[in-house]
Design a protein around this ligand. Sequence first.
Ligand SMILES: [Zn+2]
Length: 308
Amino acid sequence: MTDHDTLQPLQDVGEGFHGRTLLLIGCEVSPPTNHLLAVGAQTCPSREQQPQDYIDDLRAQGALTFLAHPHDRGVPLAKLPSYRWDAWPVGRYTGIEIWNHLSDWSGNLGRLPRAVRGAAKPHTFLTGPAPETLALWDAVGQARRVVGIGGLDVHDVKIGRSPLQLRIFPYPYAFRTILCHVLVPAWPETPEEAKAILLSSIAAGRLFFANHAMGDARTLSFRALNGSGAEIAAMGDEFAAGKKLHLALTSPKLADLRLVRDGQEIARTFGRDLSHEVQAPGVYRAELRVRRGRRLYPWVFTNPIYLR
Ligand SMILES: [Zn+2]
């Protein structure tokens, strides 16, 4: 959990296991624009600093940093500002929050037909990551690994009084929507060891993010296989191009499966498996969409496998 400009919950609550759930406390540096999410930090830098300075400050602490909702559109109808990232160029961050639940939701509020449908069926409201954010991710990935994550940005805002109170995303609802699935080599029982493994796996890009409301994505796999079918790379890996290999995507359920290289679709099928031979350098990642009725809804986005 990352509250705005404070790590006070480290003192008030502390990190550790609550039942089977490991709670880690981070912060979100939150000036008017250029929000930065940090996990693994000891102090939350001042939001008065320049963005590159708070990125470097957190990096020096060993924290992971993510540009938050970089293309947030705000809500023009409600005169809410855009919390976009505008301090370009910027570098040395761990990754980018590619899909932000609040940003996706609020950005669609001004479109009335969608808003009416969304009120009746909240799962139909999300349109997926902003195309500009995906394009940014594909572009910066050409030079180095940039970890993509999904986030909730949930505030559980209460409007009005009971029984007519409107709550914009209570936690029990939100935690069943956009989730990051991190692939860890082991899951130790001590919180310190579990935290270390979790953060190093995230830093290595071994994760995908999915809207759980569209289906449980936990058994998804996206790997690079050699000619004999042995795994030679997983999500987040960077390795030398040259030999032919297969990118293999397996979905837990029927979906629209797409492979993307440097932002361009290179293979697509409707099914549970997609295998595609590649050899050229590129940033390769997968997107999955679920069909409901005649529409496709965004479901899963993997981190890339990088051929250099
Ligand atoms: Zn924010």
